[in-house]
Design a protein around this ligand. Structure first.
Ligand code: CMX
Length: 441
């Protein structure tokens, strides 16, 4: 057994025992109440899941195992000469709940390198799709093709003991994370660079090698990828991609099936696809105004037009956050440091000035502030990555770190099949008339 796996097992056994004791003593304590609106409105605010890897606060934003993004930027190991955290380090932290040393991260990078071989039939599956298939469709098809490699599925078919679920999940998670950059880069080069593929460089870190395989050798872009892959990795358990991966995994669908399901959720415009929608919206704004740097008044007019057409302003609002997303702030800092004079990046900042007052004036909108997707595209375009339909794939590669670390914990803690109760409106009406009892006492 590898050192990371051993450490994980040790931590998981300890927590498992603690949870058992906790539930024995406090299992009947009430954790909250549910009102009728909540069950019709996307279950907002209902605590119904346990996710160990990260926790989201409406005001302070995300913390990964207790660490904020600025803290991770200071404390996680960096690439030689770099300033941004290595995402392998964040994965290690989420997985074993300990800040890694430089050696730990180097070890994990080389483990991922060793596991990164992608079988030919996966590339053939991508090639079988029309070139105009959306990159997220190609990504999910490739993950599904890779499912032939699942150790969990193979061992389950042979009659795996429950006690061993965690280990097969752990191995599948590492294999999948190791292989995703190669798959994503293949899709990018196939669709946008005439199929001229670039072989991996075994000397680079996970995100640096991903940048290299996509064809970006600029050190600034590699640093951006390290930051990008770190900040998009996890956002506690209730968001669509994390929740879907967890839910599908609860049926003991293997990590490939579970992650592919999560990626189908990420491909929705209210979730991960918002990153392509933002840059598309800004390109359309610039074209309509006829300027590379529209004024704040011109942006405000365009925002009002978007809203009057019954559309959302992409990159703004959030189901949980009630302040500017710290992931937006981290990207803004990166922009200020590396490209303060870029007109597209400046437009993102002008949009940040123009949009919140307008959204604040609409009572139903609970959060007028930007989320992670409001900034990322402009940074990518700066380095030449203009193909915005690809952006959600980048989000997906990063999201694998969080949701797959969580899946390892789900199986190690013996999380059962997820199956909440639903009701019909007919039953709700009967309950309101006092004819039925639907929530016990
Ligand atoms: N522009 C216009 N209207 C918005 C809005 C926005 N940016 N944000 C919220 N609203 C609207 C909602 O559509 C909803 O309207 P209806 O009642 O008519 O359906 C109303 O305001 C209330 O919504 P809310 O309670 O404030 O927000 P929700 O929790 O329902 O939705 C989110 C959250 C993210 C889906 C929503 O803010 C949105 O659609 N934003 C734009 C898309 C986006 O950026 N998504 C990415 C989120 C981050 C990620 O997952 O990657």
């Amino acid at each position: 057994m590898g050192v990371i796996k051993e450490k994980f097992k040790e931590k998981a056994d300890k927590l498992s025992a603690e949870i058992k004791d906790m539930l024995k003593e406090h299992g009947t304590k009430k954790i909250g109440e549910v009102n009728l609106s909540q069950i019709y409105q996307g279950m907002r605010g209902i605590t119904g899941l346990v996710t160990e890897t990260s926790l989201l606060d409406a005001q302070d934003g995300i913390r990964f195992r207790g660490y904020s993004i600025p803290e991770l930027q200071k404390q996680l190991p960096k690439a030689p000469g770099g300033n941004e955290p290595l995402p392998e380090g964040l994965f290690y932290l989420m997985l074993v709940n300990e800040l890694p040393t430089e050696d730990d991260v180097q070890h994990l990078s080389s483990v991922l390198q060793r596991r990164s071989h992608v079988p030919n039939h996966v590339f053939a599956s991508i090639e079988a799709l029309p070139i105009n298939a959306h990159p997220m469709t190609q990504f999910v098809v490739a993950i599904m093709a890779l499912q032939t490699e699942s150790l969990f599925a193979k061992n389950y078919a042979k009659g795996m003991n429950k006690k061993d679920y965690w280990e097969a999940t752990f191995d599948d998670a590492l294999d999948l994370i190791a292989r995703l950059p190669r798959i994503a880069a293949y899709i990018y080069r196939r669709k946008y660079k005439a199929g001229e593929h670039i072989q991996p460089n075994g000397l680079l870190d996970w995100a640096g090698n991903f940048a290299h395989m996509m064809g970006y050798e600029d050190e600034g872009f590699k640093e951006l990828m390290r930051l990008y892959m770190t900040i998009h990795a996890d956002h506690e358990g209730g968001n669509v991609s994390a929740h879907t991966t967890h839910l599908v995994g609860s049926a003991l669908s293997d990590p490939y099936l579970s992650f592919a399901a999560g990626m189908n959720g990420l491909a929705g415009p209210l979730h991960g696809l918002a990153n392509q929608e933002v840059i598309k919206w800004i390109f359309e704004l610039r074209e309509q105004i006829g300027s590379d740097l529209p004024s704040k008044d011109q942006i405000a007019e365009y925002v009002k037009k978007t809203l009057s057409e019954g559309k959302v302003v992409p990159g703004y609002g959030h189901a949980v956050l009630r302040k500017t997303d710290p992931r937006f702030e981290a990207q803004m800092e990166f922009g200020k440091k590396h490209m303060p004079d870029d007109p597209l990046v400046q437009t993102v900042w002008n949009v940040y000035d123009a949009v919140p007052p307008i959204l604040q004036s609409i009572a139903k909108i609970k959060n007028p502030w930007p989320n992670v997707d409001a900034h990322s595209g402009a940074l990518l375009v700066h380095y030449g990555m203009k193909e915005y339909e690809f952006y959600t794939v980048l989000f997906g590669v990063s999201r694998a770190l969080g949701v797959l670390a969580s899946l390892c914990w789900d199986r190690a803690l013996g999380m059962p099949l997820e199956r909440p109760k639903s009701v019909s409106t007919r039953l709700v009406k009967a309950w309101l008339e006092g004819k039925e009892e639907i929530w016990g006492d």
